[in-house]
Design a protein around this ligand. Sequence first.
Ligand code: GRG
Length: 283
Amino acid sequence: MRGEVEQALDQRLRFDAGCPERLSEAMRYAVLAPGKRLRPLLAMLAAKACGGTIERAMPAACAVEMIHAYSLVHDDLPAMDDDDLRRGMPTCHRKFDEATAILVGDALQARAFEVLATELTPASVAARACAALGQAAGATLLVGGQADDLAGAAENNSRERLEAIHHRKTAAMILVSLELGALTAEASDTFRTALAEYGRRFGLVFQITDDLLDAHGQEQQVGKRLGKDAEHGKLTYVTLVGVDESRRLVAQLVDEAIAALAPLGEKAEPLKLLARMLVDRKK
Ligand code: GRG
């Protein structure tokens, strides 16, 4: 399924002579770099779980990955996280330049909505998908969460703040991936609610396992000392509640996520498997 998504992304990122070559090269570099394609998988598996098809869900799967890739490119910029590596490769602004990386994000965002608007049918589904993705990627959720995170670094290190930021920066895109998949299958409200309940837990599991992986990686680097997140007071689940409690939470949330899918029956088995796979992920 990952291969199908990558092929579909590749097709949708071929531009005619109107697009400057350096820009299209950088867009393709950012999106086609080896990512996990988790959000497209969620969109496609949600569609299947609701009785839809991967083919109909593909434009939505591509659109969420384009928004995700844009957010990573912008997050890596010197004005934000100032990172040198992404997906094991030089970040977009290091490989190209800062201005190009900003434009890559802008163009990917526009392309995502163009794909939804032109490829999803009927038009009412396309409109609902554009609205849902616009909300998740917009000023109250993804971008707003990033803004609050940047503004409030090292302030008010409460669990509420951690969860609010994660909900907006991470879970919102996971939830909308499932919602778009369900929309392409023209799913019932019961199915969409079940997917949202699953997605809320899945988002948290994704975040906590991300924090556990970070902590583990840092421990490997600095021996038995606490990782740099703890030393620098960075707000993560591991620094807040510790490794054991984080692992316990993950197990509980996976069980809850799987239970939430009950209304969807057997067609939701792959989504259950994906939630279980998160627990042992290595990247
Ligand atoms: C710049 C608007 C804007 C938002 C940036 C995505 C993001 C918000 C920040 C990245 C750092 C962060 C908090 C990440 C949280 C977890 C996350 C989104 C990890 C990256 O997603 P993966 O692991 O990445 O699915 P791949 O590369 O596999 O697609």
